[in-house]
Design a protein around this ligand. Structure first.
Ligand code: UDP
Ligand code: MN
Length: 347
């Protein structure tokens, strides 16, 4: 099934159209590959001085064990109406070969260790180093490695089809510049049933998107969509209803027809084609929001975070911790705030 789909996708995605980035994001040049780096303080607290190994000293198994023993909230409450657990989730992360070095290390070192079995990286090339680092969870979609609508819809199509092939109850998509607070994601999903139709995420626009209805000119179609860069989830029940419309490469054709990016296409399929509504989850955050406005006291309740650079300005969380050289995106510091028992966190 995957091979056939791959061929279809490869054949379909030959043409590069326009670039999708609504905001020009300068690629962060600093590589996270250095094995051991000195780091200074970004905080008055001297516990943050010392050295940090960017390559794990503790095995992922040890990290997971620490997590289990020190973070009791991880298990769903017994009184919860639904029994959703981490293992009910299929978490996909969209990436591209040019970002493996600069974006994946920090994910692999932090939140990926908490959902290693459930998280899959969808990329556009084979990469032995990252295949190993992700414990064989790097999927080469065969899609083009450019940032155009077709390539991104192609990746989303493979993410969606791979979820359908799994037996998981929830599909949650993220970008490779997201930090996912795994226990909070699970906790949020416990409020919903995978057997009902749910499209959970956060829009970045104040009103529904209006597009021309090409089949009924001069009509218009309006719908909400969840920003892909903040993350969103679909219940299996809804995904199964989407299957006849959007699986096996059809998602790419729809994106091509409406000429809009993958996350918008997702909203179009769910809201317009299936008439199901997006449920807004405020705890998802993309870098279209100013990260610095997220208050320190609220951080542990949030589900996703991001970062970006606009010219000279970094849009990152404002929080104490490792210095900006070692932690330019602030995700290491965030992780230590949420899970202080990790081996690289100061004690
Ligand atoms: N991406 C991709 N191919 C590209 C460029 C980006 O698959 O050629 C992915 C990237 O890895 C990320 C998402 O698309 O998961 C969004 O990219 P980025 O954050 O660079 O841009 P944004 O759209 O957020 O401004
Ligand atoms: Mn981004």
């Amino acid at each position: 099934m995957r091979l056939t789909l791959k061929k279809v996708l490869q054949a379909t995605v030959l043409v590069s159209l326009f670039s999708l980035s609504s905001l020009a994001v300068l690629r962060l040049a600093s590589s996270m590959k250095t094995e051991t780096v000195d780091f200074g303080v970004n905080s008055s607290n001297s516990k943050w001085t010392g050295r940090i190994a960017l390559v794990d000293t503790a095995s992922p198994e040890q990290e997971s064990d620490q997590f289990r023993s020190h973070n009791v909230e991880y298990s769903p409450p017994v009184t919860s109406a639904s029994s959703t657990t981490l293992d009910d989730l299929f978490i996909s992360v969209k990436t591209t070969k040019n970002f493996h070095n600069s974006r994946l290390d920090v994910i692999i070192k932090t939140w990926f260790t908490l959902a290693r079995e459930q998280t899959w990286f969808f990329t556009d090339s084979d990469d032995e180093e990252y295949r190993e680092k992700t414990h064989n969870h790097l999927i080469n979609t065969g899609c083009s490695s450019s940032h155009n609508r077709m390539a991104l819809c192609c990746k989303m199509a493979v993410e969606f089809d791979t979820f359908l092939e799994s037996n998981k109850k929830w599909f949650c998509h993220f970008d490779d510049d997201n930090y996912v607070n795994v226990p909070q994601l699970v906790k949020m999903l416990q409020d919903f049933s995978w057997q009902d139709d749910w499209y959970l995420g956060k829009p970045s626009i104040k009103a529904p998107l209006e597009i021309l209805d090409r089949e009924n000119m001069p009509g218009k179609i309006s719908f909400w969509f969840a920003t892909g860069g903040a993350g969103f989830c679909l219940s299996r029940s809804l995904a199964l209803k989407m299957k006849p419309l959007a699986s096996g490469g059809k998602f790419i054709s729809i994106g091509d027809k409406i000429r809009l990016p993958d996350d918008v296409t997702m909203g179009y399929v769910v809201e317009h084609m299936l008439r199901k509504q997006l449920t807004v989850i405020d705890k998802f955050h993309s870098h279209l929001e100013p990260m610095k406005f997220l208050k320190h006291s609220q951080l542990s309740d949030q589900i996703s975070f991001s970062y970006s650079r606009y010219g000279q300005e970094m849009n990152v969380l404002n929080l104490d911790g490792f210095n900006n050289q070692i932690d330019p995106y602030r995700f290491l510091s965030l992780h230590c705030l949420l899970f202080p028992n990790f081996s690289f966190c100061p004690r």
